[in-house]
Design a protein around this ligand. Structure first.
Ligand SMILES: C[S@@+](CC[C@H](N)C(=O)[O-])C[C@H]1O[C@@H](n2cnc3c(N)ncnc32)[C@H](O)[C@@H]1O
Length: 264
């Protein structure tokens, strides 16, 4: 893996930085929300699944290993794809997980190509309606779309909102649970259900639950370079001001079956 300069580390967005530290679960609902997402996805062996914005490939690997899916793990960021490729290979899943370059706003896949499409913490980075329409487009009629997104669990203070959306994740936009339902419904999806919970990815409890056996290696890496320590020292106090107000919403939806075709 290429070593980044201190200046490059300073410029990383928080998610890429966590990936560089070796963190495996990089979304607001943590492993618990992925467990639930996979339960709702109910993927069957041999089904074709897209994990868009796959990060370091953790959910894609689970889809292949635990559910027998044929997975496309796609991400716009070369750094994430590099780590996903290494993790897929280390997991011995290269024959069932293909790591690809794709942008959620314009997916390079034909209409109705996938049985299920997953986007964990991706849509909120881009024009949400366009991204949701793309997720719906590449899903087969009767197929499932699942996403996790950030939401405010409590109305944030002005300071918490400015720190999180202005400094930690500039450019990110997220909505209320009702607005997320509207965005996915507006993409033509049906049977939309949502579940929500607290943001625990960067609490001590959430970190240990998410990373399990990898936790010591992530902590060791975080203190292995002054550039990482400085980045942590910048990030953590800001995160802790926003965390009390942050949550996640898990959206589960279905693309309507084609007229006259029975669903599974
Ligand atoms: C918060 S991380 C989530 C990673 C992974 N889904 C997970 O849950 O661990 C967001 C991911 O979305 C990717 N991403 C951001 N914008 C994207 C876009 N327009 N198309 C595809 N991926 C994108 C980022 O590179 C990053 O890997």
């Amino acid at each position: 893996m290429a070593t980044l300069t201190s200046e490059q580390v300073r410029g990383l967005d928080p998610y890429a930085f966590l990936a560089v530290l070796g963190k495996r679960v990089i979304h607001p609902g943590g492993r618990a929300s992925t467990d639930r997402l996979l339960e709702l996805a109910a993927v069957r062996p041999g089904e074709r699944v897209l994990d868009i914005g796959c990060g370091v490939g953790t959910t894609a690997i689970r889809l292949a290993r635990e559910y027998g899916a044929q997975v496309v793990a796609a991400d716009i960021a070369p750094l994430m794809r590099e780590r996903a490729t290494a993790n897929v290979s280390a997991a011995g899943a290269a024959d069932r997980v293909s790591v690809e370059d794709a942008d959620i706003r314009s997916l390079p896949y034909p209409d109705a190509h996938f049985d299920a499409v997953i986007a964990e913490a991706v849509t909120m980075f881009v024009g949400r309606r366009r991204a949701a329409a793309e997720l719906a487009r590449v899903t087969r009629p009767g197929g499932r779309v699942l996403a996790t997104e950030f939401c405010w669990r409590e109305p944030p203070t002005k300071e918490a909102k400015e720190v999180f959306l202005g400094q930690v994740c500039p450019g990110m936009r997220f909505d209320t649970i009702e607005e997320w339902t509207g965005i996915y419904g507006g993409a033509g999806l049906v049977d939309i259900e949502t579940e929500s919970g607290p943001f625990e990815m960067m609490t001590a409890r959430g970190f240990l639950a998410d990373e399990r056996g990898h936790a010591p290696a992530v902590m060791a890496r975080a203190i292995s370079r002054p550039a990482y320590v400085r980045k942590m020292a910048w990030l953590m106090p800001r995160m802790s001001r926003a965390i009390p107000f942050l949550g996640y919403v898990l959206v589960s939806a279905r693309k309507p079956a084609a007229a006259g075709v029975e669903g599974p």
